[in-house]
Structure formats: C-alpha cells, structure tokens
Design a protein around this ligand. Structure first.
Ligand code: NAD
Length: 260
C-alpha cells in the first residue's frame, strides 16, 4: 500500500504487546505510573530504581522485572541493560523519569551541588541514550522527563533548569543520530502531585491552591504525565521525534499578570 493511502489499525497503534519497556526511576511517582501504563497496554516492563524495595514492589504490581542500580553510574547502567536484555530480550522502549529539583538559590550553590544537580538531572539521560541505544537493535522509542523549569525560569531552579534545558537539546541531537530506527522525545511536566512533592508540602489545601492557578483547574496527576510518556512510547507517535511536549494543564500559556 502506498503511503498516501495508509490507514493503520488505530487501536493497534497503542498496543505494546510483545515489546520490552525499561523504566529508569520506575519505583515511585511518575515512574511507577509509567510502568503501570506500559504494562496496561501489554509491554513487558523492566523496573529500574536505586531503591531495591521500590523496584521490587512495582515489578510485582506489573508482573515485570526489578533491577537496582544508580543510573548516573556507567557500570550500573551497563549491567542493568545487560540483565534486562538477558531476561526480557531486546528493549523497544526506554522511559527515563529520574530528576530532582533541590538546588536552592544560585548564591548558595556549591560546586558539589552544581555537579550533583547535573548528574541527577542530565548524566543518566546521556548514559541511557548511549548504552540504551545498543540494547535496542530492533528500534523503538525513548522518552525523557524534563520540566517546565527547563523552558522558563524559577528562583532556586538554576541548576535544575539548566540541566532540564540541556536534556531537551541532548534529546534533539540524539533524534538526529539515532533515527530512523529509534525516536527520542521529552515530556516536560508542570506541577504534578507526586509522593515526593506531597511529603515536601504536607500543609492542607496545598494542591487545591496550586491547582486554582492552572487553566485546567488542578495540578497534574502522575497519570497525566504517564499518558504523555505512553504516547511517545507507542506507534501513535511514529512520526514524532526530537520534541519537548509540555504537559502543564495550560499554565505556561498565561501571562504572569493574567488573573487566575
Ligand atoms: N512532580 C513535579 O511537580 C514535577 C514537575 C516537573 C518535572 N518533574 C520531573 O518528573 C520526574 C519524576 O518526578 P517524581 O517526583 O515522580 O520522581 P521521584 O523522585 O518521586 O521518583 C524518582 C524515582 O527515581 C529513583 N531514583 C532517583 N535517583 C536515581 C538514580 N540515580 N538511579 C536510579 N534511580 C533513581 C528514586 O529512588 C525514585 O524512586 C523528575 O525528572 C522531575 O524532575 C516533576
């Protein structure tokens, strides 16, 4: 059939049956939800986390494989992909969720914090792209979690913002080098209700107040972000690569002085 007449089985485009998806940082929050999403449409899921208990708990939930290691350490990432391929075969999808914004104001950023911020938000993506691509001989899709902080600025987010901005550029370069076999995209969430953020803000009504400023009326759920990641992991996005998709309920569309 010629490409001008191509009409796919649209239901089948989201089906990951028989495909192997590896989730870095899959033990909690957006990562756990991504594991549930990929397994929900048929994927075999390798759940990778630095915390063994979290990886094992999510792997049990999705009938997947638990793998433990530090995604910023080359030897760990090589071992993780080696073990995943040995057990579940070639990888078809990688979702890298890892990242944390804990850097503080620029004046207080020590050399150690600067390096740690870059490692925890960027280095693992470099390793996942480089080492992960070799585990994907049949091609597939990689998705990285960025942040709206990589596109705009917020006080205290200097290192985090630089790393997340760098992530988008790294992925856009990778899409040129890894295509046509492998696609690579970024999902950039706005404020999302994750267990880690809930722990940091236990005050009652925190999410309700934050949600009131969002055009879609609430902060993000981990499933909102996992849905966008799933879109990029499946053939629904077969002709999309190198992009950063903002998933923020419309918040970034507002002028700073617009009424909420
Ligand atoms: N929650 C938000 O409002 C928000 C907004 C924008 C972007 N994000 C981004 O979303 C992503 C996920 O956020 P979250 O709050 O769900 O994450 P999280 O911190 O709750 O979970 C990440 C998981 O990754 C694991 N992990 C951390 N470092 C690791 C390492 N070096 N190697 C292996 N595993 C490691 C942790 O053990 C944890 O289980 C991050 O990249 C974050 O920057 C979150």
């Amino acid at each position: 059939m010629s490409i001008t007449e191509l009409t796919p089985d649209y239901r089948g485009l989201i089906d990951l049956t028989g495909r192997h998806v590896l989730v870095l940082g899959g033990g909690l929050g957006i990562g756990r939800q991504t594991c549930l999403a990929a397994a929900g449409v048929g994927a075999k899921v390798s759940v990778v986390d630095a915390d063994r208990k979290r990886a094992e708990a999510v792997a049990e939930e999705v009938g997947g494989l638990a793998l433990t290691g530090d995604a910023t350490v080359r030897a760990d990432v090589e071992r993780i992909f080696g073990d995943a391929v040995e057990r579940f075969g070639p990888v078809h999808g990688i979702a890298d969720i890892i990242g944390i914004a804990d850097n503080g104001p620029l004046g207080d950023v020590t050399d150690e914090l600067w390096q740690r911020g870059l490692d925890l938000n960027l280095r693992h993506a470099f390793l996942a792209l480089q080492i992960g691509a070799k585990a994907m001989p049949e091609g597939g899709a990689m998705v990285f979690v960025g942040s709206v902080s990589g596109l705009r600025s917020a006080p205290g987010h200097a290192v985090y913002g630089v790393a997340k901005a760098g992530l988008s550029n790294l992925v856009s370069t990778a899409c040129l080098e890894l295509g046509p076999g492998i696609r690579a995209n970024v999902v950039a969430p706005g404020q999302t209700a994750t267990p880690r953020i809930a722990e940091r803000h236990p005050e009652p009504g925190y999410y309700e107040r934050a949600g009131a400023r969002v055009p879609l009326g609430r902060v993000g759920a981990t499933s909102d972000i996992a849905s966008a990641i799933l879109f990029f992991l499946t053939d629904l996005s077969a002709w999309i690569t190198g992009q950063t998709l903002v998933v923020d309920g419309g918040t970034g569309r507002k002028f700073a002085y617009a009424e909420s």
